[in-house]
Design a protein around this ligand. Structure first.
Ligand code: NAD
Length: 478
């Protein structure tokens, strides 16, 4: 990996680092200033075809390696990532607008994700081989699905790329990965490392926006499409998958409720929501964005959240003291401001933030909106910014009903000192993750994914490995 990694703009196709041959470049910007960091040439249709062809050619050889050999290659990639951790953190901070203090943890997590998935693929689970029919022995083989088109969003550019390619490669699939056109730099820097560490064609990286992703998703030689992105893109990708009946893995939006019952520890809640609501400027599909509190605790929750929002340090992303950076773009900031403005026009009130500052960059303050109706768009639709709503529920039953009354089902949390009530709530809330007295914490070993409009399939954990491989029955008649 050469020089200032921010300048790595080449595609990775068949083991070669080559400039995308598309017509126009997408500029990768620093959202804290709007400065162009690099012009990243788009991949041409011919580049996408070559990348898929390379992945297809590489598939038989990669699949034939032992799981231990594949794991060794992936572990080497994780090692290389960590040995360049500072450069990756700087690239991610600059291009995605992340406060620099928050990023090293993300890079370490990416390396841990790769290592876990590489290791877990060495012990895939299946029923025991046996004689389930008289006179014959049956066993299960797990087969990689083939060439995977992996399409990533901008909010955790490198982590989302890792969550797509690591389980696929670990089980023997080959991959063509497309990062978001807004945040390609860290993925392209990883591609430069992969060029040295993985066999040609096993991991390919192409660049560009929606039409490049659409071509990749529709490609006849792609067996599976794995997207992390918006619900709208999920629908388009599902339609693109339909003619070829391709396997789909969709990690889409979220609208996480935070159910706070009267006996909750409000101090612990406030400390958790400082990160869970406002970390990454709220641009997190699991962000704690929808607080629902029962009557005795409601006032204290509003007060504590308002204090958290007012005390967050906003500033340049390269200042280690900064907690709240910019949003990804001025368009996203304007979208977030629109949600808040319409909520206030409809009768809600703002107790913190609520107005974009003057000056350069896509900054928007940590904002608390109280009293929106359950059917208000700010409650029902993903805002994807540092904005939290607080609603009052008459009792725990109503709070849980309000929590579930959205089209998404990615994550939720419940705050209570009553273990029985917590367990009943966790059983009843149909979200892919439910935390009790916490919010947002994840680990490589546990699944991440949703219900409803949040999509289907699971990232991380052994379940991700299941999704990128097919069980096959082999029966031998004696
Ligand atoms: P997006 O849907 O706009 O873009 C995601 C990716 O899809 C990008 O690489 C984009 O170029 C590509 N794309 C766009 N149109 C396409 C098409 N027609 N065919 C194929 N690819 C296409 O999403 P975004 O704005 O980059 O990311 C934010 C969204 O991602 C939010 O909704 C967020 O909730 C979601 N997200 C979900 C998870 C999760 O795990 N569930 C994690 C992170 C982000």
């Amino acid at each position: 990996m050469s020089g200032t990694h921010l300048n790595d703009t080449a595609n990775l196709i068949d083991g070669e680092l080559v400039a995308g041959g598309g017509a126009a470049a997408d500029p990768a910007r620093d959202p804290s200033t709007g400065t162009v960091l690099a012009e990243v040439p788009r991949s041409s249709p011919a580049d996408v075809d070559r990348a898929v062809a390379a992945a297809r050619r590489a598939f038989p050889g990669w699949r034939a390696l032992t799981p231990a050999d594949r794991a060794a290659r992936l572990n080497a990639l994780a090692d290389a990532l960590q040995s360049h951790a500072k450069a990756f953190a700087e690239a991610e901070s600059a291009n995605a607008g992340k406060p620099i203090a928050a990023v090293p943890e993300e890079i370490d997590y990416c390396a841990d994700n790769i290592r876990f998935l590489a290791g877990a693929a060495r012990s895939l689970q299946a029923p025991a081989a046996g004689e389930y029919v008289e006179g014959a022995t049956s066993f299960v083989r797990r087969e990689p699905v083939g060439v995977v088109a992996a399409i990533a969003p901008w909010n955790y550019p490198l982590m989302m790329a890792v969550w797509k390619f690591a389980p696929a490669l670990a089980v023997g699939c080959t991959v063509v990965l497309k990062p978001s056109e807004l945040t390609p730099l860290s993925t392209l820097a990883l591609a430069a490392l992969a060029a040295e560490l993985l066999p040609p064609g096993v991991l390919n990286v192409v660049t560009g926006d929606g039409p490049v992703g659409a071509q990749l998703a529709a490609h006849p030689d792609v067996a599976m499409i794995s997207l992390t992105g918006s619900v709208a893109t999920g629908r388009k990708v599902a339609a693109a998958a339909a003619p070829g009946l391709k396997r789909l893995h969709l990690e889409l939006g979220g609208k996480a409720p935070v159910v706070v019952l009267d006996d909750a520890d409000v101090e612990a809640l406030a400390a958790s929501l400082r990160i869970a609501s406002f970390g990454n400027a709220g641009q997190d599909c699991t962000a704690a964005c929808r607080v629902i509190a029962t009557p005795a605790v409601y006032g204290r929750v509003v007060e504590a959240l308002t204090e958290v929002a007012d005390s967050l340090r906003t500033g340049p992303t390269d200042d280690p003291a900064t907690e709240l950076g910019p949003l990804i773009s001025t368009a996203q900031r304007d979208r977030v401001a629109g949600f808040v403005g319409r909520a206030v026009a409809a009768g809600a009130s703002v107790t913190a933030g609520g107005a974009a500052p003057d000056g350069p960059g896509a900054y928007y303050p940590a904002t608390v909106v109280i009293g929106p109706d359950q059917d208000a768009e700010i409650v029902q639709r993903e805002v994807f910014g540092p904005v939290v709503t607080v609603q009052r529920a008459a009792d725990p039953e109503q709070a849980l009903a309000m929590a579930s009354d959205v089209p998404y089902g990615l994550s939720a949390s419940v705050w209570t000192a009553d273990a029985g009530r917590a367990l009943r709530a966790a059983a009843g809330l149909r979200f892919g993750a439910v935390w009790v007295n916490d919010h947002l914490t994840g680990c490589s070993e546990m699944p991440h994914g949703g219900f409803g409009q949040s999509g289907y399939g699971r990232d991380l954990s052994g379940y991700a490995l299941d999704h990128y491989s097919e069980p096959r029955h082999v029966m031998v008649r004696w």
